[in-house]
Design a protein around this ligand. Sequence first.
Ligand code: ADP
Length: 566
Amino acid sequence: MKSLALRAHKQRIELACHVATEVPAFVVGDPARVRQLLVNLVGNALKFTEQGEVVVDVRVRSRDDGQAVLHFSVRDTGIGIPDDKQASVFQAFEQVDGSLTRRHGGSGLGLAISTRLVEQMGGRMWLESRVGQGSIFHFEARFGVVEVEPDEIRRVDLSSLHDLKVLVVDDNDTNRLILQEMLASWGMLPTVASRAREGLHMMREALREHRPFRLVLSDTHMPEMDGFMLAEQIGKDPKIGQTAIILLTSGDRPEDMERCEQSGIAAYLLKPVKQSELFDAIVEALEITHEGETAEALMSHHPKLTTPRRILLAEDSVVNQKLAVALLERFGHKVTVANNGREATEAAASDAFDVVLMDIQMPEMDGLEATAKIRAREKTVGRHIPIIAMTAHALKGDRELCLAAGMDDYVSKPIRREELFEKLARLVPDVSPVSVEEEVHGETSNKESAAREGVIDWTQIRDLTGGDSELLKSLIADGLEEASRLLKEIRDSIAKDDREHLRTAAHTLKGSVRYFGADKLFEIIVRLEALARQGNPDEIAEVQRSLENELDVVISLLQSRLKEMS
Ligand code: ADP
């Protein structure tokens, strides 16, 4: 929805998404199919709508033992489809109006494919439409239901949000309804205004009645007075100036982000907002922290160490070295880096390692040759160190080649942590195959591993910058500069045990890290920030180590991206 929203907002169409509260937080199904369906339908809706809005809605149609049929609808305010054409649009190569197609492009296949996808998910698809008024495409599909606590949402005590007065300002009716429903579902007391001026008036009235709003949630682009002007007005008025403000932006205007930062806005979110995102932003904006509880919850995410192992990493690429080192050290392992095969054989001769991770292509001596050398030497001393190959291209013969050279197993690059730990566990005793971190999380989460694989979420950044590469460059450059400055501040304040300074430096760093979708780094900083409040020096030192490692990885990735672009 976020990426489609960008396109929608460029067309000045509001794209909203409403997921009814009764829809389970987690379902089991095929995300790729659902995604494709929504992209097809929302894509069509945007294609055939000149003005107005496109609204995606999800509800529960029925629920029975362990399964739910979800009803999705995509409604637009576009040109509509005449009655006599409504049945045929689902057939392949059918288009209502050929001349329109020349304008809009398209293959006439989208809906035929969509219908098939829906049928594969045990559902059906249909439409309602009136020419000149718009269309609603519906589909239903069957999903498994898992009874999992949405821990992200429940972690914070909801009672602190109860009866919290929130003002919602948005000129779009659908958005107001959606936001109102979300807020009410957390027990907050939302009041809505469709214009900024009206919102300001309500704020002053509420203050007069001694029931002020604690939070304003406002759209950015509104007629007459936009979200920034509203924030400015609020800030200028000493009586209401303290109210926290969260802006909803459409992401099609990169300069918005900067303006948000400058005008002291607590947070800005890209539309359409995800419920969990909004929740996090509210908690953060209001600085709701249950000191003890939160820190403890956060600490429980800290991986318990399996038996620390001594690992020799033979790898010539610095980024890959850093990635692998960060990954392994996070689980308490000690890593020694060899930059090529020759260094690897020399290091291995010390017998100081429990396992070797060996890149295949390396300068001076490649991984296959190094392995053969290590094995030859072992014949004379009678031991066998496990060697795991790391190969970039999982070509068919690679495995045989590796095994023939005396390796025990191989992992493909880029390294995925589950695969690596699984292989390590198989060859080295006491390395747990599933990280404890994941067990605590209660999710063998795709999101986590995907985030790891990428470390940085480039899609998010692209969305944020709207494809503006100059902006991206300066964002990265600023990020790098800021990160090194703040890292220094963090080091200094830890050395002096200046907790307040540590906390503010961590907080600032957290803000800029968020841009880059560097989830792991973000988590570490959150932990550090919490520890600054009440952790002991040992804990802080430990988190500092993870921070330095992970920041190294992120920084080197950003630097290489910057290089690629210039
Ligand atoms: P195409 O790739 O040509 O868009 P589809 O199968 O997705 O093929 O759609 C078939 C035809 O159905 C479109 O060409 C258009 O005439 C009509 N159509 C689909 N969605 C809409 C909509 N939301 N509003 C109006 N017409 C639509």
